[in-house]
Design a protein around this ligand. Structure first.
Ligand code: HSE
Length: 336
């Protein structure tokens, strides 16, 4: 029996709880994944802990009716104390991303790994700022660390690169790696204003709590930096990536490009050059005939150029509450 702790019960954390509640029997029957959720902590909603298993139905009712854990018995303590009280064996970390400090997720992940608790996270901050440290702690403490959801949400890009393409050399990765900006550009192409499109992306749970990282391109740049580390073993600080977001892309520019047969997309890429890796994030005009031009909404698409396979393109959700909850679920099952 696995005891799951959840840190961060916003859009993604709540979606994970919904999936776990709906699929509990299916997950046990099909994957032998037998679990209970023993702790949920959220900065706004509070903390509930029960090592014998929380009543997910009751908790989801409370979240859906009052967006809080009001009426449920709450537990206090430091994060480490809560983990111990909950007898957690796995942590799903889904607190809001801070691309600069990685907090509070970084502390949560350190506390869990150092106690030998397996961790999955969708939080780009800690993975970006402390990749080596966290992997070392995991190794030293006999715990697993997974982070499929940090790039392309539940679309399994990292597994495809790390397992499915073992032995092939990657030469180039290029595509759409931010769901929010692709959603905004798609809406603007259809006539929406930038503020309205951003508001809709936020209400659908695509944008970060602070959407400036999305629209200024930093979210995609962090994803590139994580890919550079995972695939090429290179530390490329995000500050060294050429990064331009979509804040200067006006409706007029989109219309002009459309009239000329182009769609404006925020493209992120890594190329292997003789002098090293070259990384960039920038809006580009893509001809309508190119496959990336037809990728709309919060969908992501990335083409990986390799020696043995030529080009492989993966298209799928790049953001979204349930789609990102799926990334956590997939990691939890893989760590059982
Ligand atoms: N804000 C991110 C995006 C979420 O829009 O792509 C998924 O990483």
């Amino acid at each position: 029996m696995h005891n799951i702790a959840l840190a961060g019960c916003g859009n993604v954390g709540t979606a994970l709880l919904e999936i776990l509640h709906e699929k509990q029997t299916e997950l046990k029957d099909n994957y032998g994944f037998d679990f209970k959720v023993t702790m949920i902590t959220d900065l706004m909603k509070g903390t509930v802990v029960d090592p014998s298993g929380l009543d997910l139905g009751r908790i989801l009712d409370a979240i859906h009716s009052s967006r809080s854990f009001d009426g449920l018995p709450q537990t206090k303590g430091t994060f480490g104390e809560l983990l111990e009280k909950s007898h957690a064996t796995m942590l799903a970390e889904a607190t809001p991303t801070n691309l600069k400090t990685g907090e509070p997720g970084l502390t949560h992940i350190r506390e869990a790994l150092s106690r030998g608790i397996n961790v999955t996270t969708t939080n780009k901050g800690p993975i970006s700022v402390a990749f080596d440290e966290l992997n070392r702690t995991a190794r030293e403490c006999g715990a697993k660390l997974r982070y499929e959801g940090v790039v392309m949400s539940g679309t399994p890009l990292l597994r495809m690169l790390q397992d499915g393409m073992s032995g092939a050399s990657v030469k180039k990765i290029e595509g759409i790696l931010n769901g929010t900006t692709n959603f905004i550009l798609t809406k603007m192409e259809k006539g929406a204003t930038y503020p309205d499109a951003l508001e809709e992306a936020t209400s659908l749970g695509y944008a970060e709590a602070d959407p400036s990282g999305d629209v200024e391109g930093w979210d995609a740049a962090v994803k590139l930096s994580i890919l550079a580390k995972i695939i090429f073993g290179k530390d490329i600080p995000v500050s060294e990536i050429e990064c331009h977001g979509i804040t200067a892309v006006t409706q007029e520019k989109i219309k002009e490009a459309g009239d000329a047969g182009y769609s404006v997309k925020l493209i992120a890429g890594i190329s292997v050059l003789p002098q090293g890796l070259s990384l960039y994030v920038m809006p580009k005009e893509i001809p309508f005939s190119h496959p990336l031009a037809s990728i709309g909404g919060a969908t992501n698409a990335v083409t990986i150029t390799t020696d043995n396979l030529g080009e492989v393109t993966l298209i799928g959700p790049g953001a979204g509450r349930r789609e990102t909850g799926q990334a956590l679920l997939c990691d939890l099952i893989s760590m059982k």
